[in-house]
Write a protein that binds this ligand. Sequence first.
Ligand SMILES: NC(=O)c1ccc[n+]([C@@H]2O[C@H](COP(=O)([O-])OP(=O)(O)OC[C@H]3O[C@@H](n4cnc5c(N)ncnc54)[C@H](O)[C@@H]3O)[C@@H](O)[C@H]2O)c1
Length: 342
Amino acid sequence: MVHHGIIGCGRVAPNHVDGFRAAGRYGVGWACDRDARVLKEFALAHGIARSTTKVDEVLEDSEVISVSVAVDHAQHAALAERALVAGKHVVCEKPLALTMDDAGRLVALAAERDLVLSVISQHRYDPLVLEVRRWLQAGLLGRMLYAQVSLAAQREPEYYRDSYWRGTWSGEGGSALINQGYHVLDVTRLLLGELSVEAAVARTALLDTVMETEDNLSALLTAGPVPVTLNVTVAARTLWRTRIQLVGTQGYVEFDLDHPGTLHHAEGSPLLLEAAGRLREQAEEPPPPGVGYYGISHRRQIATFVEAVMDGRPREDPRAGLGMVELLGRLYSATQFADRRK
Ligand SMILES: NC(=O)c1ccc[n+]([C@@H]2O[C@H](COP(=O)([O-])OP(=O)(O)OC[C@H]3O[C@@H](n4cnc5c(N)ncnc54)[C@H](O)[C@@H]3O)[C@@H](O)[C@H]2O)c1
């Protein structure tokens, strides 16, 4: 009998419980949070039999085959490393780490010990994203001219004020980009390939009394010869609006990563229009109860992780997460906040 352990029982943790239960191969045996009150409520709400404030208690249990690392960004590396050294497969929330040294060490350690290390980037598993990727690969948009990608979100002051880590360089390593903007940026990499940073501007436009990091970041990137503009903010008056516009010589596509993702516009060649029509006919999967806010794609990524753990193949590639740590570092280094991010 093997189990999964959840380390960090905060906002995102219900998505992990749901994902492992939906995958159905093994259950969640442990909840772990250093805050005893949070832990008790979480374990009770989700019916998890064993709970502890001590990470070692989970890692020392030989029945625990894998763990989720779902704590603040600054502790991802240390906790994931302890879990890998203890022989556990790891699902780590994004970002994998705050520095390339840490991220590289984790990827090497997982490979050396033949353990699965999966960095959550759930929108890489959205059917809409994967379909648009197929259109690009099949040349349905022609030669890419440019892409425009953005996230406008609203975070209330309490979101930072009441948190021990959000809005701090030491705990979060940035904010609007590394946390909320992460998804739209990583999906852009999946669609267009690795990105170079041409210029970036960051500022704290609205929430400067509650955060030291950026609430607004804009950048000009390039994917080979293709310019990509990126705009992210958490200071908007809209809960969560992502947009990805792809403009090619044969087609224009506009879609989002909201919950659930929607194809807003597709225009161009007959083949593109046919493909878009087929996509629109597909039924949407309803969000799981209790975790609807982040959509359903954690389930898809966790199902892939569980398959890799139980069946050996196919393996998740943690280098996707490593590439994000590198790109985030280059983006922040191009802003006026470069010196504040150690
Ligand atoms: N993929 C997504 O869409 C998504 C959404 C939200 C959050 N996240 C990520 O999930 C992670 C957690 O975010 P959150 O919003 O759930 O944070 P949170 O602050 O709500 O929860 C973190 C929990 O971890 C606990 N914790 C901290 N250090 C610990 C330790 N050493 N041992 C045990 N427990 C510890 C805290 O007490 C807290 O309860 C972050 O990396 C964040 O970026 C991802």
